[in-house]
Design a binder for this molecule. Structure first.
Ligand SMILES: C[S@@+](CC[C@H](N)C(=O)[O-])C[C@H]1O[C@@H](n2cnc3c(N)ncnc32)[C@H](O)[C@@H]1O
Length: 292
């Protein structure tokens, strides 16, 4: 079968399953089954040329996608800034809005000319935030905390993979298995940290996501913020970050679009001297930025 027919038929199957980007997903899965990049599939489509691919693997992946399993779990990896992270069931898939949150943290460190920043990533998941920082900020030291032992296996896997490309990070990144909201977690760092960057669970419990890829596949522990409006865990993270930070240090924390005002007020009440809400690329309120 020629490639355009394969894509057309596969996309029709995915469209029928309610997927919003059927052609894109079909092309990506075909690229994976052929062991090539997406642009090679586009080129084959444009030129009308043939493409060798593993047909059995492609149809198995297509069936998984039609059951609304996230594309990233099926292909086993997800991009995050300059990294390509391993993901699968049991770990939260890193999202583009979190790249904005990391950028806000990096910009602050650059503005303050920090040479050897000490950075904490609370709620590490795949390791996206901490691994981005330790690979993008030379001389940085990162501590990451994750509660789920199953998820922490993914964090460790990503640390090992990333260290193959950036060998120096192995000694500059430490993962702790524990509760990021507990006063005892990383207590040895209290008052010494330059920056906390975090993407904690924050989805309001009254707001169960409609997308099956999120609702049925992302771990619940990664999603829900522990109260009806989802701010319980983020507020505890604000308190923990305040103790970890040195005077003048900063917290950047991703949150739901509805939570900006409440979390700014909470940060100020906790003792942060400044607190503002930052926006993502689409202009929506998505993170708290607070200085101690
Ligand atoms: C929204 S995900 C973020 C993962 C990653 N930082 C990212 O941005 O892609 C939240 C993560 O926090 C973990 N988590 C939930 N509660 C926690 C807690 N009390 N302490 C530490 N980690 C926690 C979850 O298991 C999940 O991996």
């Amino acid at each position: 079968m020629i490639i355009s027919d394969v894509i057309r038929e596969s996309a029709a199957r995915l469209r029928e399953a309610g997927i919003e980007t059927p052609e894109h997903d079909a092309k990506l899965l075909l690229a994976e089954a052929a062991g090539v990049e997406l642009r090679d599939v586009d080129k084959a489509l444009l030129m009308g040329s043939a493409l060798e691919y593993d047909e059995a693997r492609f149809s198995a992946m297509l069936e998984r996608r039609a059951k609304r399993e996230p594309l990233q779990y099926i292909v086993g990896h997800a991009p995050f800034r300059y990294l390509d992270l391993k993901v699968g069931p049991g770990v939260f898939i890193p999202r583009p809005e979190t790249e904005t949150v990391v950028q806000a943290g990096l910009d602050w460190m650059t503005r303050h000319g920090l040479m050897h920043p000490r950075v904490v990533d609370l709620c590490a998941g795949s390791g996206a935030i901490g691994l981005a920082v330790v690979t993008e900020v030379p001389g940085s030291q990162v501590w990451a905390v994750e509660l789920s032992a199953r998820t922490a296996e993914w964090t460790r896997r990503n640390l090992a993979e990333t260290a193959k490309r950036y060998p120096s990070i192995a000694s500059n990144y430490q993962l702790e298995l524990g509760d990021a909201t507990s006063l005892t977690t990383l207590a040895q760092l209290d008052g010494t940290v330059d920056m906390v960057i975090t993407n904690p669970p924050y989805v309001p419990e009254t707001d169960v996501p409609e997308q099956p890829e999120v609702r049925d596949w992302d771990p619940e522990l990664a999603l829900y913020g522990g109260s009806a409006d989802g701010t319980l865990i983020p507020e505890r993270i604000i308190e923990r970050a305040f103790r970890l930070l040195k005077p003048g240090g900063a917290l950047v924390m991703e949150h739901d679009v509805t939570q900006g005002g409440r979390l700014v007020a909470y940060a100020k009440a906790t003792g942060f001297t400044t607190a503002i809400t930052g926006q993502d690329w689409t202009g929506r309120d998505r993170y708290l930025f607070a200085e101690k």
